[in-house]
Design a binder for this molecule. Structure first.
Ligand SMILES: [Zn+2]
Ligand SMILES: [Zn+2]
Length: 388
């Protein structure tokens, strides 16, 4: 029995050596695209196996690295698709608003209401287009790549550069972002220090625009919905009603018809193709704008709450953790970037005097944000920025 085991063991060892030898010979003949990933995987395996600092987290990170890589690359590519989707959907709503809603408003509303709709609708449209364009095209801001004396709180492990306060690394953009909030696929851009205001204003005005379309088109939607229901019932019923002697008895036959004679009475189609398209467009517009108003409205409220607290989305998680940690120690965590509710909004919108609420918040404005995103003024919470 022991002899048998020894024989099996020696055979296996010989087989493994032979396989290793075969692979070494064939290794040079393998194409480069296979050889390089194979060498990299072996190096990765050895560095994990012979590393005294390896633990389960490092192994899991290494195993999920290809998944993260794939998600990052897909998000980068999907960003382009998402931006096209925003443009196409917004354009479709605009076309419906101009070709279906506007003629109805011009025909039925009083002059005062027409002026209100024309002014509000176009102002809202300009605000949406301006802020979306600026949010996608403005760089969120990056820390300096060259060596300089910037107040840094840590070093980015991927970029190998000092990270100022509120800066985080975005794996999709593959760079560090100043006052990073999140990477937005709908903008195909990171939301950071220099485009945070554009992002929030876009969300706000898009929500307002959707609410406006939803309320303005409500009655038209209800009419269109009823009309579509009528189309369905007409489609289900046969095109003609067979009329027999019974029909004649109950008075369905036209005068002069002989009793017992059968024929089909085909009613004229009540709706043309144009009518059907009109009703379907109204339903599409109302459903889309109402859904977006609800979803984007929730997101806008969430960001408004964060801005009131002087936090970004990332800092919300960090600060919550820190609050719990300090609570256990019997201490209270205080966010150093919270300057007070009103001051936070003034800093966010760049409001320095009263007229700025109109010129910088309610009208398109390209003014830069407060500060450079690298150094932060911690004394702002002690003083009122301006008398508003
Ligand atoms: Zn980085
Ligand atoms: Zn990013």
């Amino acid at each position: 029995m022991q002899n048998g085991m020894q024989l099996f063991s020696s055979t296996m060892r010989l087989l493994l050596r032979w396989l290793r030898l075969c692979f070494r010979r064939g290794h040079k003949r393998l194409p480069r695209c296979v050889r390089e990933p194979w060498s990299y995987s072996r190096l990765l395996l050895k560095s994990l196996y012979f590393n005294s600092l390896t633990n389960s987290d490092v192994v899991m990170d290494a195993l999920f690295e290809p998944v993260f890589w794939l998600v990052d690359h897909l998000t980068r590519w999907f960003g382009v698709v998402f931006v096209c989707l925003v443009v196409i959907l917004t354009s479709s709503i605009l076309i419906i608003a101009y070709f279906c809603l506007l003629p109805m408003v011009l025909d039925t509303y009083s002059t005062a209401w027409i002026i209100w709709h024309l002014c509000y609708g176009h102002w809202n449209l300009v605000m949406i287009v301006f802020h979306y364009y600026k949010a996608t095209r403005t760089s969120p801001g990056h820390p300096p790549q060259i060596k300089c004396d910037i107040p840094a709180v840590s070093v980015c492990k991927k970029c190998i550069i000092p990270k100022p306060a509120r800066t985080h690394h975005c794996s999709i953009c593959n760079s560090c972002i100043l006052k990073m909030d999140h990477h937005c696929p709908w903008l195909n851009n990171c939301v950071g220090h220099f485009n945070h205001r554009y992002f929030f204003s876009f969300c706000l005005f898009m929500t307002l625009g959707c609410i406006y379309c939803s309320i303005s088109g409500r009655n038209l939607f209800l009419d269109a919905y009823r009309a579509i229901e009528r189309f369905k019932s007409l489609d289900v019923e046969p095109q003609g009603v067979p009329v027999t002697g019974v029909g004649w008895l109950i008075g369905l036959l036209p005068p002069g018809s002989a009793p017992g004679q059968s024929y089909y009475q085909t009613p004229a189609p009540p709706f043309t193709f144009r009518d059907k398209m009109f009703h379907k467009s109204i339903i599409y517009m109302w459903v889309l704008t109402s859904t977006v108003a609800l979803a984007l409205g929730g997101l806008t409220l969430w960001h408004a709450m964060l801005i009131s607290r002087g936090e970004t989305s990332i800092e919300r998680h960090i600060n919550s953790k820190e609050t719990r940690r300090m609570q256990k120690k019997g201490k209270v965590f205080r966010n150093p970037f919270n300057y007070g509710r009103l001051n936070n909004w003034k800093v966010f919108f760049g409001v320095e005097k009263r007229s700025h609420w109109l010129t910088r918040v309610l009208l398109p404005s390209s003014h830069p944000p407060y500060g450079d995103g690298i150094t932060w003024d911690f004394t702002l919470h002690r003083k009122d920025l301006m008398a508003v």
